[in-house]
Design a protein around this ligand. Structure first.
Ligand code: F6R
Length: 611
């Protein structure tokens, strides 16, 4: 949700910023811009991709050792050149970029308009910038003081970078609710929304906290709180390699990330699950094991794909641990005055760890006494810092906007947590526990086998790419997989798709079925297999096209299906990690067949740091 980059030091700032913006483009790609100081303030911005900005800058004077850059996901104001960041203040002295939303911008804008201030854009960012300039002018103070004062007046979320044309030695940054990482180099500093623009220059970083202001110079980094008290920067070593954020020979990040899954699931299990000994070591969870075992209720809070992982986990926890589970959309949970009881355990699931709704939902629940556990991919993210404990998914950076490897890693972590608690609680018998440990450990190899269906799925994509609608059906553990398959297709191919519990289809969606409707059945062998076969019959009887994801050895479903994708046999508890893979590939190849940019689907952004 907007990517920001800043550089100050001995290098030319522009190439560092440009490369950084390309790495952050997954956060938004409605427009891009840079501001540099070099004998004056130079601002260049353009609607569209970072590549469009790069093109208009060929041959322009883009030198300078200080600069800020932005890639936008539009909130206030349509995507356009004039709404692109950086914005410049009324006097022309200051330039600013912003990730977040200033909620009370309209009121501040009115105050400024009455004072004769003019605005070139429709953005909340320009309002905040002119507000800062107005305060500075009235109080005759420093830019830093004016910023501090302004931040106390505004509500909403922000990560901002601010530069002053008369001070080419300083970038001022501030954050609340939107992420900011500062990389520390020799006589240089790098600022960014995440570490990907920084990792090739330095591994020493500081994650700036909410309500902190950073005054950044080539040789100096000062952190202060809004009370103007100095804070000690906590330097962390980045655990990320450059290769992890490059395409590595694949055409798209999405395809690379789909194919990484045997490794990422293995990385997630490695060092935690010893299937031979039947042990699961997760220190963050162990610390709260008693509370989880005796929790009256577990509430999973998440959005999008992570919410689907929560739905699968609901089935797993209830079956194995016998603890009631609720799965909540973070955006609904946070506003509906939820009842939180003493002892309730909340599991926040998030790839980015920055999703605004999830973050605020758990902050609210924490204030009410809930225990918060995070199942997160990005180390050191905002949700990680609010959580009491948790377990990282270790899937590596996920750059494709559509989430793939994060989903299977979330399932692997959640299954381990459920198994660990069920075993400790003695809610599951020893034999089943050991079988499930082995089943889980076998998942990475089985995912590799599913990926061998790649060419088959590519052909299916060609065959079905012109459909207007898709229906995805599943039962039990595979019902959330059907939802996830439909979401992937919508995101990447812009084809309308609905996920439904297979049996519920009779209560409405069956009216949609005719010979033009592809219906994807997630029908791997499980306790309800006979039932879903009956549902296939019902679709076939109405001439729908049946594409089914089935288990090797299933002799019934192929006769009822127009097309099948076969996955290896697996216990129903781990089967979603296999059955989702063909659905990810199908969405990918349909998107490609339709000529879309699958890594940057329209209107989307990877990390939703606004409401
Ligand atoms: C779907 C997708 C989104 C995210 C959702 C939550 O492919 O990427 O639906 O799953 O925005 O994001 P995180 O997991 O970062 O909280």
């Amino acid at each position: 949700m907007c990517g920001i980059v800043g550089y100050i030091g001995t290098r030319d700032a522009y190439p560092v910023i440009l490369k950084g913006l390309k790495r952050l483009e997954y956060r938004g790609y409605d427009s891009a811009g840079v501001a540099l100081i070099n004998g004056g303030l130079k601002v260049y911005k353009k609607k569209g991709r970072v590549a469009d900005l790069e093109e208009i800058l060929i041959g322009k004077a883009v030198s300078g050792h200080i600069g800020i850059g932005h890639t936008r996901w539009a909130t206030h104001g349509e995507p356009s050149d004039r709404n692109a960041h950086p914005h410049v203040s009324n006097s022309g002295s200051f330039a600013m970029i912003h990730n977040g939303i200033i909620e009370n911008y309209a009121q501040i804008k009115n105050e400024l308009l009455k004072k004769g201030c003019t605005f070139k854009s429709d953005t909340d960012t320009e309002v905040l910038l002119n507000f800062i300039e107005d305060i500075k002018r009235n109080n005759e103070g420093t830019l830093e003081e004016a910023l501090r004062y302004a931040l106390k007046r505004i509500t909403g979320a922000y990560c901002i970078l601010l530069i002053d044309k008369d001070d080419p030695h300083t970038i001022i940054a501030a954050r609340k609710g939107s992420p900011l990482v500062i990389g520390i180099g020799r006589h240089e500093h790098f600022l960014a929304s995440d570490a990907s623009p920084i990792v090739e220059y330095t591994k020493e970083v500081v994650y700036v906290n909410d309500y902190e202001i950073a005054i950044v110079r080539a040789d100096e980094l000062i952190l202060k709180n809004l009370g103007n008290e100095k804070q000690t920067p906590f330097i962390t070593k980045l655990d990320m390699e450059l290769a992890a954020i490059e395409k590595g020979g694949y055409d798209h990040f999405m395809l690379k990330e789909i194919f990484e899954q045997p490794q990422t699931i293995y990385d997630c299990l490695r060092g935690r699950l010893d299937a031979d000994k039947g042990t699961i070591t997760m220190s963050g969870i162990q610390q709260y094991a008693e509370q989880i075992m005796h929790a009256p209720r577990i509430i999973m809070i998440a959005c999008g794909t992570s919410w689907h992982a929560g739905l699968v986990a609901e089935y797993i926890f209830e079956e194995l641990c016998r603890i009631p589970v609720e799965v909540e959309y973070a955006s609904e949970f946070r506003y509906r005055h939820p009842v939180i009881n003493k002892g309730d355990v909340i599991i926040a699931i998030s790839q980015s760890g920055e999703t605004a709704d999830t973050l605020v939902a758990i902050e609210t629940a924490k204030e009410q006494g809930a225990i918060i556990l995070g199942v997160l991919n990005v180390v050191g993210s905002s949700i990680a810092r609010v959580s009491h404990a948790g377990a990282y998914t270790h899937a590596g950076p996920e750059i494709g906007v559509a989430s793939t490897k994060a989903f299977t890693a979330q399932l692997a972590v959640l299954t381990m947590i459920a198994l660990k608690i069920a075993h400790q609680k003695k809610a599951i018998d020893e034999e089943r526990y050991h079988v499930l440990c082995k089943e889980l450990m076998a998942v990475p190899d089985k995912v590799a086998i599913v990926l061998e269906q790649n060419d088959n799925i590519k052909k299916l994509a060609e065959k079905y790419k012109d459909a207007y609608d898709f229906l995805y059906l599943g039962r039990g553990y595979n019902f959330p997989v059907a939802l996830e398959g439909a979401l992937k297709l919508k995101e990447i191919s812009y084809i309308h798709a609905e996920g439904y519990p297979a049996a519920e289809m009779k209560h409405g969606p069956i009216a949609l079925v005719d010979e033009t409707l592809p219906v994807v059945f997630v029908a791997t062998k499980d306790a309800y297999h006979q039932k879903i076969v009956s549902n296939m019959q019902e679709i076939k009887a109405r001439k729908g096209k049946v594409i089914s994801i089935i288990t090797e050895g299933d002799e019934v479903s192929p006769a009822l299906s127009d097309d099948v994708v076969i996955v290896p046999p697996a216990d129903e508890i781990v089967a979603p990690m296999l059955s989702v893979i063909p659905l990810q590939l199908l969405a990918y190849y349909i998107g490609i067949a339709k000529g879309y940019d699958v890594d940057k689907p329209r209107n989307l952004a990877k990390s939703v740091t606004v409401e």
